[in-house]
Unconditional design. Structure first.
Length: 363
């Protein structure tokens, strides 16, 4: 595999900063498997090929000339909250992501559906096609290029809002987040929203890239290490839709919290819908380890969508003491609700047990 000679940029902001605004306009998490390229947008093209009648070679100007679509969507790392799985259950493989590996942004660009219709896909519905995305601008840690794929059906559905994003929050993408063009697949693990996109291929199989085939999968619990996992990679589906989730930003773990005169503490956080379950409709918070729950107030925003997060707040009763916990759990429109603890998997992906703030001193 390529020796990059450096560590890729991977970082997340504190959740206290994340919940300060509905749109993530300042700090956003960074997840990379290689370097961050400097791309001349005037020379950049996206090739559309594979099982299509018309092979396309689209410049950024070509993409800008197509009908533009705006979608407000959270984008989250598949490994968000991996730290909790690692510490609450048992050790996992992967970067130690906490709760901040997520951003909620307004994305704008042409719909993938429109581009594929222009290319004229030749696969029938029975052939169960895939749309593979690739970036060949630089090598990655485990492959010579970065790639991912989604089902063709999702790409062609009008209400799935898959776009080739040229803008983020009303401005051109930053180079860290995929300038000049990236895929944004709402509701799906961020690993599939390929940055620095240069190729789209309609095909009958998933992407062959390492990060589609040997990473970002919920392996069965029998896969306990790299050796025992080997026989499961080919038979385990690639992670696509993410589960309903929530996180507590305030109070921070390990902090000292002062109760109000009537014994209450203010709790704030965010909640994320499951991939196809519709918007988050309820968040509940507990200060007694789940014995009783208080329904939080969801802070609605004019830009919210079924794909976006919801910020929330709640005043809860909690006894004074040390080593205390506060839990949160979200429910989306389909009725999907967080479990207390989600099933362990070796790669530590898609953890969605109760949101929590632990080791609190309440006075």
């Amino acid at each position: 595999m390529p020796d990059l000679g450096f560590d890729p940029l991977n970082r997340e902001p504190p959740t206290t900063e994340l919940v300060s605004s509905f749109l993530t306009t300042k700090d956003a998490y960074d997840r990379n498997h290689g370097g961050i390229p400097e791309i001349d947008a005037s020379k950049h093209h996206v090739r559309v090929d594979g099982a299509v009648e018309n092979i396309l070679d689209l410049s950024i100007s070509d993409l800008q000339a197509l009908p533009q679509h705006t979608v407000v969507s959270a984008l989250q790392c598949a490994g968000i909250r991996r730290h909790t799985m690692r510490t609450a259950i048992k050790e996992v493989q992967g970067i130690d992501w906490f709760d901040g590996a997520v951003m909620n942004c307004k994305w704008r660009g042409p719909k993938l559906k429109d581009i594929l219709e222009k290319a004229k896909v030749t696969l029938t519905e029975e052939e169960k096609g895939h749309v593979a995305f690739a970036s060949h601008v630089q090598p990655c840690q485990e492959d010579e290029w970065y790639g991912a794929s989604i089902d063709l059906g999702r790409a062609l559905e009008e209400d799935k809002d898959v776009i080739l994003a040229l803008e983020m929050n009303g401005e051109a993408l930053t180079k860290e987040h995929g300038y000049p063009v990236r895929i944004v697949v709402p509701g799906i693990a961020g690993a599939r929203s390929v940055k620095w996109l240069d190729r789209i291929t309609v095909q009958t199989v998933e992407s062959s890239n390492y990060y589609q085939q040997h990473d970002y999968k919920i392996l069965p619990p029998e896969a306990v290490d790299a050796e025992s996992a080997e026989k499961y990679w080919d038979s385990t589906p690639a992670l696509q839709t993410m589960p309903v989730n929530s996180a507590i930003a305030i109070p921070e773990p390990g902090s000292k919290v002062k109760r109000s005169a009537d014994g209450k503490v203010m709790v704030k956080g965010f909640a994320l819908p499951s991939g196809d379950g519709g918007a988050v409709v309820k968040v509940e918070v507990s200060g007694d380890e789940g014995s009783t729950w208080t329904e939080a107030e969801i802070e609605h925003d004019v830009d919210e969508s079924k794909w976006s997060w919801r910020l929330w707040k709640a005043e809860i009763n909690i006894e004074a003491g040390k080593g205390l916990k506060i839990y949160s759990k979200a429910t989306d429109k389909s009725g999907d609700t967080q479990p207390k603890v989600s099933e362990w998997n070796l790669r530590g992906v898609a953890y969605n047990g109760f949101g929590e703030s632990t080791d609190l001193e309440v006075v």
